[in-house]
Design a protein around this ligand. Structure first.
Ligand SMILES: NC(=O)c1ccc[n+]([C@@H]2O[C@H](COP(=O)([O-])OP(=O)(O)OC[C@H]3O[C@@H](n4cnc5c(N)ncnc54)[C@H](O)[C@@H]3O)[C@@H](O)[C@H]2O)c1
Length: 258
């Protein structure tokens, strides 16, 4: 066994560390908060939605209500979370609309929530993150499959999430901080309900019919759970993935294989 190389730092342990989770009141974010609390982390849960955060506070998280599309709110979150070992960027929105009718306001809005928040939190919280820390960004299989055009701007923001992940992985590697992304497929959360209702409405079919059709495209034949995503995120934050950075890992039941 060779000696540790100069400048090597062991990955931080989850237990006893501080983790910041955005979009914490949502399906995947809340599952990540629960998983990290169970594993002994101090968790700062950030979301624009106060009522969902109250439930997380009751389960032991510290909470911050913030609109991460707003520069002043972001600056306050960055200041209050300085020194955290871990960051999970799960805040996100989506809208369903025919591509040829998307206007400037909706376009700017989705970029400000999904991309501005991820970029500036990687930058701001990453700047004060200690060696051995890690970041996980929520991308999507929509970054790789452009077949659902009624979600196209969302998919474009999730492709930007991969660029953010790769660039910060290179930037922060010398400080021994790792940055990875996950690309979930169909995961059973409120956001997925919004997708099904929106697209079924546009196509004039029922939600049940659309849901069956979509799951037919998934080799494992079912939707994933927020807890399964939380397990993958936990792996990417923890020491078992110490040699991984700049990666985009699918969790899609085989829907996407590249
Ligand atoms: N559910 C899926 O199938 C799926 C698939 C691929 C990727 N994702 C991604 O995973 C992440 C979590 O998705 P989810 O399914 O849990 O969605 P969700 O809608 O359940 O949760 C998203 C959370 O982000 C919060 N949020 C929205 N705008 C915000 C803002 N301006 N500031 C702070 N918080 C804000 C919402 O309040 C919500 O709690 C998202 O980035 C989403 O794009 C989800």
């Amino acid at each position: 066994m060779s000696a540790d190389p100069p400048g090597w730092s062991p990955p931080a342990d989850i237990a006893g560390s501080t983790a910041v989770v955005t979009g914490a009141a949502g399906g995947i974010g809340a599952a990540v908060v629960d998983r990290l609390l169970t594993d002994g982390a101090t968790v700062i849960a950030v979301d624009v939605e106060p009522s969902g955060l109250e439930q997380l506070r009751a389960r032991g998280a510290s909470v911050i209500v913030a609109d991460l599309s707003d520069p002043a709110d972001r600056a306050s979150v960055i200041e209050r979370c300085a020194g955290a070992e871990f960051l999970v960027n799960a805040a996100g929105i989506l809208f369903v609309q025919p591509l040829m009718t998307v206007g400037l306001e909706a376009w700017r809005r989705i970029w400000s929530v999904n991309v501005d928040s991820m970029f500036f939190l990687c930058q701001g919280i990453g700047a004060a993150m200690p060696a051995g820390g890690a970041i996980v960004n929520l991308s999507s299989t929509s970054a790789k499959l452009a077949t659902t055009v009624d979600l196209a701007p969302y998919g474009m923001t999730k492709l930007a999430a991969l660029g953010i992940t790769r660039s910060f992985a290179s930037e922060l590697a010398p400080r021994r901080i790792r940055v990875n992304a996950i690309c979930p497929g169909v995961i059973d959360t409120p956001m997925q309900d919004q997708v099904l209702e929106g697209i079924a409405g546009l196509r004039g079919i029922t939600v049940e019919h659309l849901s069956t059709e979509r799951l037919r495209m998934v080799p494992l034949g079912r939707a994933g759970s927020p807890e399964e995503c939380a397990g993958l995120i936990r792996f990417l934050l923890g020491p078992e993935s110490a040699y991984m950075t700049g990666q985009a890992i699918n969790i899609s039941g085989g829907l996407v294989t590249w």
